[in-house]
Design a protein around this ligand. Structure first.
Ligand code: IPE
Ligand code: IPE
Ligand code: MG
Length: 248
């Protein structure tokens, strides 16, 4: 079998990849199983994407793990997702640490079950000096809420005379987002065949390449990821310019 990694140009890697890990329920249903069976089988795919990023040295990976809208699912399913998260953090913390990854969270973690929040804080603390890459979990994350939070904080600063309305620019806005320490997203991947963003990183994907795959999340392999990187590298990112302007 061909090693897809050999086709990847090390000088043209995306700095920040974001993934909407979708399709667990359909994966389970197609096997005549409960939706939660799909969530259990999703963990291997999470390992695959983390390892693939680590192998080719992509410095920032953001995984959409639980949206602010996912609370609207049946209580049983939400409970299973939270238990799985807790189990996985417990099992994988050491591996994340050993790989030299630093973990971060974006989203409002104050509403997560106490146990999950404490475990997250522990792994964030444990890995805070790691330098091999950044693993960012989007948990209870919703982009519109994040943008409103930024607007409110900036409005307060204006009200208190800390900044002038005319000073508000992209940089100041970005500094009020959960993602303030991370570069903009270069590549966003969504599995499951749905072509939508579902309230994920709306500001941060302004110039991202978007890939929508007909793969259900539990079937996502390292090769699926490497192929995404190859496809990304075949795109010309023009940022409003013409093709001719980009020729050095
Ligand atoms: C993604 O898979 C997992 C989460 C949103 C937590 P889904 O559970 O949304 O699976 P589908 O989209 O129903 O198939
Ligand atoms: C988006 O998937 C959220 C995560 C992957 C965590 P959903 O399955 O919740 O999105 P919609 O509801 O189909 O748009
Ligand atoms: Mg879904």
């Amino acid at each position: 079998m061909q090693d897809l990694r050999k086709l990847i140009n090390k000088d043209k890697l995306p700095k920040h990849v974001a993934v909407i890990m979708d399709g667990n329920g359909r994966w389970a249903k197609s096997r005549g199983e409960e939706r939660t069976f799909g969530h259990r089988n999703a963990i291997n795919a999470v390992r695959n994407v983390i390892n693939a990023c680590n192998e080719i040295h992509i410095p920032y990976l953001t995984l959409y793990t639980f949206s602010s809208e996912n609370w609207n699912r049946p209580k049983d399913e939400v409970d299973t997702l939270m238990s799985l998260l807790s189990e996985t953090l417990l099992l994988e913390a050491e591996e994340i640490f050993t790989k030299g990854l630093r973990m971060h969270v974006v989203g409002d973690i104050s509403q997560l079950p106490d146990l999950v929040r404490d475990q997250l804080i522990n792994v964030i603390e444990l890995t805070k000096d790691n330098k091999n890459g950044n693993l960012i979990l989007a948990l209870n994350y919703g982009s519109q809420k994040e943008i409103l939070k930024a607007v409110k904080e900036i409005s307060q600063d204006v009200k208190e005379g800390k900044i002038d309305v005319d000073d508000i620019d992209e940089k100041i806005f970005q500094d009020h987002l959960y993602t303030k320490y991370f570069p903009e997203v270069d590549l966003m991947i969504r599995t499951s065949g749905e072509v939508r963003i579902s309230n994920f990183l709306l500001w941060q994907i302004a110039y991202a390449e978007l890939q929508f795959l007909d793969v259900l999340w539990p079937d996502f392999t390292k090769d699926t990821f490497f192929q995404c990187i190859i496809d990304y590298q075949n795109k010309e990112r023009r940022y409003g310019k013409t093709s001719e302007q980009l020729i050095p």
